[in-house]
Write a protein that binds this ligand. Structure first.
Ligand code: DGT
Ligand code: CA
Ligand code: CA
Length: 364
């Protein structure tokens, strides 16, 4: 066998900055610069509920995710308080993910504002990976107006910790030979899967940083936290993580967004884009044998305002024609109602149903 070193993997992790609040700033430029607080109202009336997230101006005043809304109002009486608008954040998320997907050998969306991207084979080394990340960040900023923080490392564990290392608008690259030095001073709870409880127990055992985990043997860790967690903690503390970047789409919806060749309100051009996007969405549906109950057309105008038109079908469908025709109809209605120039358009299907559920439905 030729004497070849195994190629290191190169993984990128992206995490959008103060995501819900940044989306709202993009929708309403007039609130930019003010503290912005996104609230989940409990539905019990008044200010009952909790803060979902806040922008950095509000965080400086102590307003953070999870605190009660009434406390946020005391801390930041002049802040802009807005309810969660998930539809908007999903659309913007689709835009970001679509850009990212184009750069990856493999892609895994982790949440509405996070994703892993396998760059192994796409770039030869970590320096090139850094240059690519700069380019991706610029493209996201230019096309969506949003900033994000990116981490690059030899595996998912390190990439994810690295994306959180410098925020907002950060970029942190950890080469394989730098992994142990990078991890050593970090808090044990920076390891994914090590929550507050395990963190507290480790502190009691005299372990505050990831580096200090080396004081405990694998056996000791297993005795404390069980086989699975003990092993995970030991491996993570040494920067080891073999998990793969795996395509996993949200089960609730599949959407695609694209930039039009020119800013336009001409239906011909918009229909062409819709047809391509519909095919893409349909391929994804087929691969996963899913049906859908609703179709949406997403329109992003030149001022980056996002609007959606949706239709719920009388019964589930799975064919390309239904996606294409419904999206075209929605686009036609949209342009009639809002004759604005569009910059990007998207197609999305939602209320997805798997084969099993379809069979059950069919039995009735
Ligand atoms: P970051 O990443 O520190 O700049 O700020 P975010 O706001 O992007 O925080 P992240 O990445 O933890 O969460 C992404 C979004 O998820 C965030 O914009 C709002 C939502 N979210 C986060 N934490 C909570 C929470 O405790 N409750 C609720 N309802 N939503 C949350
Ligand atoms: Ca985030
Ligand atoms: Ca996140």
């Amino acid at each position: 066998m030729p004497d070849e070193k195994p190629h290191p993997r190169i993984i990128l992790h992206i995490d959008m900055d103060y995501f819900f609040a940044q989306c709202e700033e993009r929708e309403r430029p007039e609130i930019k610069g003010k503290p912005v607080v996104i609230c989940v109202y409990s539905g019990r009336g008044g200010d009952s509920g909790a803060v979902s997230t806040s922008n950095y101006e509000a965080r400086k005043l102590g307003v953070k995710a999870g605190i009660p809304i009434y406390r946020a109002k005391k801390l930041a009486p002049d802040a802009v308080f807005l309810p969660v608008n998930m539809e908007l954040y999903r659309n913007i998320s689709d835009e970001v993910m679509e850009i990212l997907r184009g750069y990856c050998a493999r892609f895994e969306q982790e949440s509405v504002d996070e994703a892993f991207c396998e760059l192994t084979g796409k770039v030869p080394d970590f320096d090139e990976a850094r240059s690519l990340a700069v380019k991706i960040k610029e493209e996201i900023k230019q096309k969506t107006g949003l900033t994000c923080s990116v981490g690059i490392g030899p595996n998912k564990l390190i990439a994810k910790i690295a994306s959180d290392y410098q925020k907002p608008d950060g970029l942190t690259v950890v080469k394989p030979e730098e992994v142990l030095k990078f991890l050593a001073p970090l808090k044990v709870t920076d390891i994914i899967g090590v929550g507050k409880k395990i963190g507290e127990r480790l502190n009691e055992l005299g372990v505050k940083t990831i580096g200090e985990i080396s004081k405990l043997s694998r056996e000791e860790l297993i005795r404390e936290f069980g086989q699975a967690k003990g092993t995970l903690i030991k491996q993570a503390s040494q920067g080891i993580d073999d998990s793969q970047v795996e395509e996993r789409e949200g089960t609730e919806q599949i959407g695609r967004i694209t930039t039009l060749k020119e800013n336009t309100k001409e239906l011909g051009i918009i229909f062409d884009a819709i047809d391509r996007l519909s095919e893409d969405v349909h391929r994804k549906l087929e691969a996963r044998r899913l049906s859908f109950r609703s179709v949406s057309f997403i329109a992003i105008s030149t001022d980056l305002k996002t609007r959606t038109k949706s239709r719920t079908l009388a019964s589930p469908a799975k064919d390309l024609g239904t996606i294409r025709l419904t999206a075209r109809e929605l686009a036609r209605e949209f342009i009639t109602e809002h004759p604005v120039l569009l910059r990007r358009v998207g197609v999305r299907v939602a209320n997805l149903i798997g084969e099993k559920e379809q069979r059950t439905l069919g039995e009735f």
